[in-house]
Design a protein around this ligand. Structure first.
Ligand SMILES: *[C@@H]1O[C@H](CO)[C@@H](O)[C@H](O)[C@H]1NC(C)=O
Ligand SMILES: *[C@@H]1O[C@H](CO)[C@@H](O)[C@H](O)[C@H]1NC(C)=O
Ligand SMILES: *[C@@H]1O[C@H](CO)[C@@H](O)[C@H](O)[C@H]1NC(C)=O
Ligand SMILES: *[C@@H]1O[C@H](CO)[C@@H](O)[C@H](O)[C@H]1NC(C)=O
Ligand SMILES: *[C@@H]1O[C@H](CO)[C@@H](O)[C@H](O)[C@H]1NC(C)=O
Ligand SMILES: *[C@@H]1O[C@H](CO)[C@@H](O)[C@H](O)[C@H]1NC(C)=O
Ligand SMILES: *[C@@H]1O[C@H](CO)[C@@H](O)[C@H](O)[C@H]1NC(C)=O
Ligand SMILES: *[C@@H]1O[C@H](CO)[C@@H](O)[C@H](O)[C@H]1NC(C)=O
Ligand SMILES: *[C@@H]1O[C@H](CO)[C@@H](O)[C@H](O)[C@H]1NC(C)=O
Ligand SMILES: *[C@@H]1O[C@H](CO)[C@@H](O)[C@H](O)[C@H]1NC(C)=O
Ligand SMILES: *[C@@H]1O[C@H](CO)[C@@H](O)[C@H](O)[C@H]1NC(C)=O
Ligand SMILES: *[C@@H]1O[C@H](CO)[C@@H](O)[C@H](O)[C@H]1NC(C)=O
Length: 815
């Protein structure tokens, strides 16, 4: 009964555990007041986890309704216990997590008791540590919470999993790469496998997915998002949340509905910081919030068990202090009943970064009044709440409302019945089934951007000398949010090619690094040029780079993308472009592969390379999948989830800009240096190098028979778009059928076009598939001048194609 003794000591009385029964009757009145526990309750003060009449407390009854269990449990809790539910603890409180290789199974009992007394809602366990030690740490804490505390409330146990469970789980492509697959079914399976890996170890809460939009490309975290478009982001996010949460844990109540809590982040409008600088303010109004930033959350997160708020301010209000966003919209309009947490250390930012609060206590008050809990990484400002409630500064109802949200999700996961790791956790970690899924995803996320004269695929059947060149060729570049040394589990492009070609003596492979990623040194060019000269074709692998969660934050390391790594230039860093130019200068067909965490602004490469392949940071099998795509063992089917600008100065480049946003009168600097003047822009163009939705295949597709289920619909009517896609080439291929909508005349300015549906289909060579894509009425809605959604009568153009191309179109009338 640690919390009870602590409070009694707080009264200035020493009461031993054995005399509690006697002491409690004396202290009842003061204790009730001090703890905020109702008088004349049906449970005794000294044993709040029981009922006076000996019956089973409702909250312990697995068959009781979840809302009844919450209502039964809340009044039994002291204010300290309530606040402890709102603070994230850390397994480092009782385990020594310093050495990632250490697997000593001992815990610090004092540390365990002390830390869980005040921080017990969730427990951070995102360490790289041997699995048996992680299991021991979690088992120890849950055992203690279940059996040694008065009420026996289990904790959530949290870790990262943006693209793989981060304690040596399988690393998947970065989210931008996952989005390039445009394959929601596959993503849902990927997310389910991430849950499989984490669940057995006792993790119950994964901090993913990220639903920020990649509309400000300088920002370092572009790779963590599903691209620039709210619809694609919402669909991918929804698939991810479903994959993470679907199913139930073992041995739980029949009322349990989720096996893991996903976390949608960062709520909201975090992805377009001023200047592209991490955490900087985001500008915009209600319309931009409603039409761009919120739709992915509305689609993906209403059923997500947790949401994490953004660090930034929007229109002058820090997200965590924004009651319009957190309460009016999320709680009242959307009816969200689950747990919201502030991001690491962000409650402190209200008084030490945004300066909208004078001190810690006020910051905590603001956040809890917006029905949110506190993550670690700061000063645990929520520890001020018990006093603030006692002295009347904070109304306990906000604490109660927030505690109810976290208890609710614990009941929804069945944690009160079974919060423990599984003995056979090994069986779901790094399995061959997961690897097969990963392999498919790696192939499907690669985007073929250019392929002049059928340069690709390369042939294995006739003799071929291949020069593999470039600083990304013999390197594994995962995105951020992977564990220390995760790259050791990955296959580089060089290793992938060697593996693929192991039995093909007809291909001769030469490798030259050419230059380092981070330097201007051209000392390696001569070898690279020699390799290209001696080859039939050169493949140059260049790009950006990120680092794992340890190295990314270690002073003195260098990266060009990732959290807190923002760019002022979207071109290749160092000598990389010059390397491509030197190789191309040999006259040999030159294939350029970008391995990157965001679009690269490289117009020379777009114009001059014989083929260009985009691989957003891959997962563990990325190098192999790349080799398979280069040789045609896999037919590329990825499409861009984000547009490519010609230069950072021509951004923003997103395709769904508002009407009138992009006057086009381009100028250019010609190859011979002559200046051809234009106006938009004087010496460049606001048109993208490659647009949203673009991606080539080794086969060709055409479209016929576009029809709408009805050509005229009412303002509340959904409709379907049907179209037949033919594979008119010689190999099987997957095509992403994309449906866009334009509201021809609207009362407020709307985008020139918006993605409203898509489907990825497998079409055999010479075959065809008819696809039916549903579109909901609300997807046609405008956010009007009256701050309401309305579908306005009039004409809508429905197009099948991608942002820059029309393959078929039709007109829909809303009457
Ligand atoms: C934790 O482990 C590290 C490395 O194994 C060791 O240096 C350190 O002394 C340990 N800390 C404690 C408090 O035992
Ligand atoms: C155990 O935890 C207590 C309380 O946090 C701390 O004071 C003590 O130093 C820890 N002991 C070790 C060996 O780490
Ligand atoms: C939990 O309670 C058990 C049984 O009373 C006891 O043996 C154990 O030491 C307690 N654990 C902690 C960490 O206090
Ligand atoms: C990850 O797991 C694999 C397979 O169990 C093991 O070989 C490897 O050493 C582990 N890596 C780390 C960093 O723990
Ligand atoms: C109430 O308690 C909080 C937290 O300790 C403190 O910051 C605040 O000043 C107190 N207010 C009053 C009116 O005592
Ligand atoms: C589930 O319950 C069964 C039967 O009581 C037991 O054998 C098994 O170990 C339990 N599994 C877990 C994961 O707790
Ligand atoms: C899990 O697998 C590892 C490595 O194969 C092994 O050392 C460990 O004993 C296994 N753990 C359990 C609980 O089976
Ligand atoms: C590609 O084909 C065009 C037209 O057939 C030809 O002019 C051009 O030289 C070819 N380019 C290469 C690199 O072979
Ligand atoms: C950049 O980081 C890499 C990897 O840590 C290191 O090898 C290299 O020396 C660094 N270069 C610079 C210029 O800091
Ligand atoms: C330079 O290139 C431009 C466009 O390609 C051409 O019109 C112009 O004549 C060239 N000028 C010279 C001096 O070659
Ligand atoms: C598309 O391909 C099909 C099958 O090859 C063909 O019958 C049809 O004429 C093509 N349509 C267009 C518009 O090219
Ligand atoms: C439909 O597409 C055709 C061919 O691209 C184009 O000429 C026409 O303007 C489009 N119609 C509408 C209404 O967009």
């Amino acid at each position: 009964m640690p919390s009870l003794s602590r409070v009694l000591v707080g009264f200035g009385l020493f009461v031993s555990a054995s005399s509690l029964v006697v002491a409690s009757s004396v202290l009842d009145d003061r204790a009730h007041e001090h703890w905020g526990i109702p008088r004349n309750a049906h449970f005794p003060l000294h044993a709040r986890g029981t009922n006076k009449d000996g019956s089973m407390p409702t909250y312990k009854n697995p068959n009781a309704a979840i809302e009844d269990r919450i209502a039964d449990l809340l009044p039994r809790m002291t204010i300290e216990e309530k606040v402890a539910q709102l603070i994230q603890g850390d397994i480092g409180g009782w385990m020594n997590m310093t050495d990632p290789l250490d697997d000593t199974l001992v815990f610090n009992a004092t540390g365990l008791v002390d830390s869980l007394a005040t921080k017990a809602g969730s427990i951070w366990a995102g360490y790289l540590t041997p699995w048996n030690k992680l299991v021991f740490a979690i088992q120890t804490a849950q055992d203690y919470l279940m059996h040694n505390t008065t009420l026996g409330i289990p904790a959530l146990v949290d870790s990262e999993g943006l693209h793989g469970f981060t304690d040596n789980g399988t690393t998947w492509p970065s989210p931008l790469g996952l989005a390039a697959s445009w394959n929601t079914d596959l993503l849902q399976k990927a997310a389910a496998s991430i849950s499989d890996e984490a669940e057995g170890l006792g993790i119950t809460h994964i901090f993913a997915p990220v639903l920020d939009l990649s509309r400000e490309l300088r920002w370092g975290r572009v790779e963590e998002n599903y691209g620039e478009d709210p619809f694609l982001t919402g669909e991918m996010g929804h698939a991810y949340v479903s994959g993470i949460q679907s199913g139930t844990r073992r041995n739980v109540s029949h009322t349990a509905t989720a096996r893991m809590a996903a976390t949608c982040k960062h709520f909201a409008a975090f992805g377009s910081p001023e200047g592209g600088l991490n955490i900087a303010p985001v500008h915009g109004g209600e319309r931009e919030l409603r039409t761009m930033y919120l739709p992915p959350f509305k689609r993906a997160c209403v059923d997500a068990l947790t949401i994490m708020t953004a660090y930034s301010s929007y229109d002058g209000i820090p997200a965590i202090a924004n009651s319009h966003l957190q309460v009016d919209i999320l709680r009242n309009e959307w009816g969200y009943k689950h747990y919201v947490t502030a991001d690491a250390g962000s409650v402190d930012m209200l008084y030490d970064l945004h300066f909208v609060a004078p001190d810690r206590a006020t910051s905590a008050k603001i956040v809890v009044e917006n029905i949110s809990g506190e993550m670690g990484g700061g000063t645990y400002t929520f520890l001020t709440l018990p006093d603030s409630v006692r002295n009347g500064t904070v109304d306990v109802k906000y604490v109660d409302d927030t505690v109810a949200t976290i208890l609710r999700i614990k009941f929804m996961m069945g944690l009160f019945e079974n919060p423990y790791p599984y003995a056979d956790y090994n069986a779901t970690l790094r399995t061959s089934a997961t690897r097969a899924l990963l392999h498919q995803m790696e192939r499907e996320q690669i985007v073929l951007l250019e392929n002049r004269n059928g340069t690709l695929p390369l042939s294995k059947t006739s003799p071929l000398r291949l020069a593999l060149i470039g600083p990304q060729a013999d390197r594994v570049s995962f995105g951020d949010y992977v564990f220390f040394n995760a790259s050791h589990n990955g296959i580089s492009p060089l290793a992938g090619l060697r593996r693929l070609l192991a039995n093909d003596s007809s291909v001769e492979l030469a490798y030259a690094e050419g230059c380092e990623l981070w330097s201007d040194d051209r000392g390696g060019f001569a070898d690279a040029v020699d390799a290209a000269r001696g080859a039939d074709v050169a493949v140059v692998v260049v790009g950006t780079w990120s680092l794992d969660q340890t190295l990314l934050w270690t002073p003195g390391t260098n990266a060009t993308t990732g959290e807190h790594v923002d760019l002022s230039d979207l071109g290749l860093v160092g000598a990389q472009r010059a390397l491509v130019q030197a190789v191309k200068g040999t006259g040999k067909p030159t294939v350029v592969v970008f391995v990157s965490g965001k679009p690269l602004a490289e117009p020379w490469i777009q114009e001059n390379a014989d083929a260009v392949v985009q691989q957003f940071y891959p997962g563990e099998l990325g190098g192999l999948a790349l080799a398979e795509v280069l040789f045609g063992d896999a037919n590329p089917s990825g499409k861009l989830p984000v547009s490519f600008p010609r230069d950072v100065g021509t951004t923003p480049i997103f395709y769904n800009y508002l009407k009138a946003a992009r006057p086009l009168d381009p100028g250019r600097i010609t190859d011979n240096g002559t200046l051809a003047f234009g106006h938009q822009y004087v010496l460049d163009s606001p048109a993208p190098l490659w647009g949203f939705g673009h991606g080539l295949s080794y086969t060709t597709f055409n479209y016929t028979g576009l029809t709408l289920s009805k050509s005229t619909i009412g303002t509340n009517e959904d409709f379907d778009v049907t179209v037949t896609v033919h594979n008119t080439g010689k190999v099987d291929g997957k095509e992403v059928v994309q449906v866009y909508m334009t509201d021809v005349i609207s009362s407020t300015v709307t985008p020139v076009q918006q993605l409203v549906g898509f489907a990825k289909v497998d079409v055999k060579a010479g075959g065809s598939e008819t696809v039916r894509i549903p579109v909901k009425s609300e997807q046609l809605a405008v956010w009007t001048v009256n701050n309401k959604w309305a579908v306005e009568p009039g004409a809508f153009i429905i197009k099948v194609g991608n942002a820059l191309e029309t393959f078929a179109n039709a007109t829909l009338i809303v009457a």
